[in-house]
Design a protein around this ligand. Structure first.
Ligand SMILES: [Zn+2]
Length: 283
């Protein structure tokens, strides 16, 4: 992300809920707690026997498995598309961070402090976050970890990765960017691609892990656009694509409708599942 754009986004975010985040306070987003219809993905019980996925806007997701594991992925919980009036996840077993850019690390540290969750990411990035040793799981592509009824595989992404401890600090090298494959017992195998362009080794991810659902960036500019995401879906052989990393700010112009059009051109049977921020969806 360019510094100018970043400044705009950070400024917008810090103007609202991010003020607390900037001070390192794990406060809930400053939304009206009394607002009706408040999304409460952190409290809602998982649908029995189902895996539940909640998009938090941008690349942030909460995944709950039938066996009771809760994952927060790229938890920028105060992003401009975050669900209005949403509460933070209360119990989290693992936080998966694809790379060091602020729009993916988000409130990782505060969420880790609040929940005691372990943080999985590149060795370099996890070291930079200053977490208690017991919560820091620095690893790299090829790594496999088990959390309750889920198996997490770290896979490659074609992108960059650096980390700024705060918006005024210098960027630090944060290792390789990653994606995550989450194999869920009695549930789907999900692939969160992180920020990436399409790459040929997505075929290897398909061969090794056979994901059924891919969470793919479609915004363009920093990642794949809808046309490239359709190519990625074909390489991955997935039945469903959940689009992400679009619409957060104007540069991320790709849309789910454009992805649907591009997928039709490939004649693939892949479906687009466009999630509404804050609304838990059973898979
Ligand atoms: Zn990025």
């Amino acid at each position: 992300m360019g510094n100018k754009l970043k400044a705009v986004v950070v400024g917008a975010v810090l103007g609202v809920a991010g003020a607390a985040f900037a001070q390192g306070t794990p406060a809930a987003p400053k939304a009206d707690a009394k607002a009706p219809g408040k999304a409460a993905a952190g409290k809602a019980p998982a649908t029995a026997g189902k895996t539940e996925v909640t998009w938090w806007g941008h690349a942030a997701f909460v995944v709950k498995t039938p066996g009771g594991a809760t994952f927060a992925i790229d938890p920028w919980l105060t992003n401009p598309k975050a669900p209005q009036g949403a509460t933070w996840p209360e119990a989290v077993d693992a936080i998966l961070v694809t790379h060091g850019h602020f729009d993916h690390v988000g409130e990782t540290k505060a969420l880790a402090q609040k929940t005691g969750a372990k943080v999985y990411g590149s060795f370099e990035l996890v070291n930079l976050l200053g977490l208690p040793e017991a919560q820091a799981v620095g690893a790299n592509a090829g790594g496999t970890f088990t959390v309750k009824d889920a198996t997490i595989h770290l896979v490659e992404a074609v992108h960059s990765s650096s980390y700024q401890a705060d918006p005024k600090a210098a960027s630090q090298y944060a290792g390789a960017p990653l994606g995550f494959v989450i194999e869920i017992a009695n549930g789907p195998t999900l692939y969160h691609a992180g920020d990436t362009g399409a790459f040929q080794s997505m075929a290897l991810i398909a061969e090794q892990f056979k994901p059924g659902v891919a969470l793919l960036p479609i915004g363009g500019h920093f990642t794949m656009d809808p046309a490239q995401a359709a190519v990625a879906a074909k390489l991955l052989k997935v039945k469903t694509v959940v689009p992400m990393h679009y619409g957060t700010f104007p540069a991320l112009a790709g849309t789910p409708d454009a992805l649907t059009t591009e997928l039709k051109k490939t004649r693939a049977a892949t479906k687009v599942l466009a999630l509404e921020p804050g609304k838990a969806t059973a898979l």
